[in-house]
Design a protein around this ligand. Structure first.
Ligand code: CP
Ligand code: NVA
Length: 341
């Protein structure tokens, strides 16, 4: 919640700063307004975050690069074709070298064990930009997007949103308890939903073919956090979507699974999100997708329709990653540095 609130505040202030011009009626603004229009912070001034990405990325990379710049620092993109890692050098040696020169690592890896290894040998914090098991920063953006749209789900939040129109610095409306349905492959994005939403009071209902449910190591963590009480599993998408406020899906073929494409397309037949399927949802339903998206997962009518939050969700990758960088690496961070290993 702290990250989401911070992301919202950074978003409002950055958008004011980035607006093409200061409107005439604000040019003689009061000192309070001018204060609200200051740059968010220079908390990354002279700091470098290494973006160690072994897989493609549009959103996560752009979010990290542009937000580090807004915070006065630098995100240094290190793709798999750029550095020695994996060809001439081990993860252990790479982690030690990068952490001698950069103040943080944001890593997108294949197998989850790769990020564990980086974290073990890095002297600076390592954040997960996507692994085979988890995609934590995606869920931060999803949560901010849901809060911003809370008025769709609750009368109180709608009132709050109306009041916000008159406020200089809008308050992020509270979310009522939601039912969130996920339809499709139980991959990294769903796995983070499973360990996040139940702890915030929301129910998660999942529809997936039996052989594509979350793996045991994820389910062990779900149980350890007590999230299993608020999760229901189905094979039939209609049952999962029944009365849901939010419907979410993701690709059926995650990066690295391209060889399984034919089997997966067959296994997920009948799991496409369509307006027909969404008729089973609560009348206030909204749709979310992390992107990139293929039409076989969700048709154009839903994806480009008025209930879709997919593009605001994509933009919110920036503000939530910015909040994370500010809180984790920023010079105002009061946490003690990680001890030497
Ligand atoms: N949602 C997401 O992580 O997108 P990218 O793979 O483009 O970063
Ligand atoms: N499950 C997808 C998410 C992409 C953002 C993948 O891992 O490719």
């Amino acid at each position: 919640n702290h990250i989401i609130t911070h992301a919202h505040s950074l978003k409002i202030r950055s958008q004011k700063w980035l607006a093409p011009h200061i409107p005439i009626h604000q040019q003689n603004a009061s000192s309070k307004l001018r204060q609200n229009m200051r740059l968010p912070s220079q908390s990354l001034f002279s700091k470098t975050i290494a973006l160690l990405f072994s897989k493609r990325s549009t959103r996560t990379r752009i979010a990290a690069e542009t937000s580090a710049e807004l915070l006065g620092g630098r995100a240094l993109f290190l793709g798999r074709e750029d550095i020695q890692l994996g060809v001439n050098e081990s993860a252990r040696d790479t982690a030690q070298v990068i952490s001698g020169m950069c103040q943080g690592i944001f890593a997108r890896v294949g197998d989850h064990s790769e990020i564990e290894e980086l974290a073990q040998y890095s002297k600076v914090p390592v954040l997960n930009a996507l692994s085979s098991l988890w995609h934590p920063t995606q869920i931060l953006a999803d949560l901010l997007t849901l809060h911003e749209n809370a008025g769709a789900f609750s009368r109180e939040a709608l009132e709050e949103e109306k009041k916000n129109m008159k406020r200089m610095t809008p308050i992020l409306p509270e979310l009522p308890p939601l039912t969130i349905a996920y339809v499709g492959d139980c991959a990294n994005v769903l796995n983070d939903m499973l360990v996040t939403y139940p702890r915030l009071g929301h129910k998660v209902k999942v529809a997936a073919p039996l052989q594509y449910r979350s793996p045991p190591e994820v389910m062990a963590r779900v149980k350890e956090l007590g999230c299993d009480q608020n999760i229901e599993w189905f094979e039939d998408p209609k049952e999962a979507v029944w009365n849901a406020n939010v419907i979410v899906n993701d690709t059926w073929i995650s990066m690295g699974q391209e060889a399984e494409k034919a089997d997966r397309l067959k296994a997920f037949e009948g799991y496409q999100v369509t307006e027909e399927l969404c008729k089973f949802a609560s009348p206030d339903w909204r749709f979310m997708h992390c992107l990139p998206r293929k039409p076989h997962e969700v048709n154009d009518a839903v994806f480009y329709g008025p209930r879709s939050l997919a593009f605001p969700e994509a933009e919110n990758r920036k503000w939530t990653i910015m909040a994370l960088f500010d809180l984790q690496f920023g010079r105002w961070n009061l946490d003690p540095p990680k001890p030497e290993t």
